[in-house]
Design a protein around this ligand. Structure first.
Ligand code: AMP
Ligand code: FE
Ligand code: FE
Ligand code: ZN
Length: 293
């Protein structure tokens, strides 16, 4: 096979040992582990390193970075941005950008503010049928993000549902009368903002069935033109039958392929490190971004 080193994993084969998990959530958004705990779990999972990618916030970076040093695992700061592409809710992973960038922060504040208003309105609607109140949902800390999982937790704590999953299957669905939309940044615009802040953008779980976020391979072109760096093709929620066309599209557009778990602690079934990113991809990502420490 030419001069390719034997250790280079082919991009279509999922990694099962070593490597990196580039998609994790902490208590700064809708995960259940603190940013300080995650690096220790990363080490225990046999991973070399990870990225913290809370929804629309960088609030956990400092704590995660400190704890990664203690746990002796590599750390890349990241975030999962709430965006909209072709009328669909689309999650965009952003890595290694300047967290003080004014343009990006302006949009993120808008997203977090809208999330707060929207969650309060959902709780108001739910409270006519369920005995929950805003005080049981969120602390109100504006640097962290609130989402439907927090509402699910208070419904679970009040005894109405057995799990987040059960609440999502009914009252929190997008077609539920209790559901309220939240502001999302246009995906191409978000990619440009991330790039301008020195970061790299990766399309998250492009074929995750339950998010109804399936991306049409042909329309990837617009995102590539905006500067998309990679695509998260190894993800526990990507449906298998969409993968051949997406791998072909990724190759045609020269996108890097990542694999990650989308770990949310006990909030979701996804196990840390169940999907992983190859070391060569991690290195390429680090060499692309400006903020790695
Ligand atoms: P929101 O961002 O407020 O619209 O809520 C969407 C978030 O809820 C996503 O980030 C998912 O991680 C999480 N989520 C979606 N479906 C489920 C589910 N069935 N169980 C637990 N968490 C879920
Ligand atoms: Fe989430
Ligand atoms: Fe997501
Ligand atoms: Zn996620």
């Amino acid at each position: 096979m030419g001069d390719m080193p034997e250790t280079t994993p082919p991009t279509h084969q999922p990694l099962t040992a070593g490597g990196f998990d580039l998609h994790t959530h902490s208590t700064c958004s809708d995960g259940t582990d603190t940013p300080a705990r995650i690096p220790h779990l990363v080490r225990a999972a046999g991973l070399s390193g990870f990225a913290l990618t809370d929804h629309d916030t960088t609030a956990g970076w400092a704590e995660a970075r400190r704890s990664a040093q203690e746990a002796e695992v590599l750390f890349l700061p990241g975030m999962e941005i709430t965006t909209r592409f072709a009328g669909r809710s689309t999650h965009l992973l952003a890595y290694g950008f300047d967290p003080t960038d004014a343009n990006l922060n302006g949009e993120l504040e808008k997203v977090r503010g809208s999330r707060l208003d929207r969650a309060k309105e959902m709780v108001r609607r739910l409270s006519s049928d369920y005995d929950i109140s805003w005080a049981t949902v969120h602390s109100g800390d504006p640097s962290t993000t609130v989402g439907r999982p927090h509402i699910a937790d208070s419904l679970v704590n009040a005894g109405y549902f057995a799990s987040r999953d059960a609440a999502f299957a009914t009252v929190l669905r997008t077609d539920s009368p209790y559901y309220v939309h939240t502001y999302a940044i246009d995906t191409a615009r978000a990619i440009k903002l991330v790039r301008a802040a020195g970061g790299a953008a990766v399309l998250a779980h492009p074929a995750a069935a339950r998010h109804t976020e399936m991306i049409d391979p042909a329309s990837l072109k617009a995102l590539v033109r905006a500067g998309l760096w990679g695509i998260e093709l190894h993800h526990p929620e990507n449906v298998a039958d969409r993968m051949p066309e997406l791998f072909a599209a990724a190759a045609a557009h020269g996108l890097w392929v990542t694999g990650s778990s989308d770990y949310h602690g006990s909030g979701k079934a996804n196990r840390l490190g169940e999907c992983r990113t190859a070391t060569e991809t991690w290195q390429a990502l680090l060499s692309t971004v400006s903020c790695v420490v």
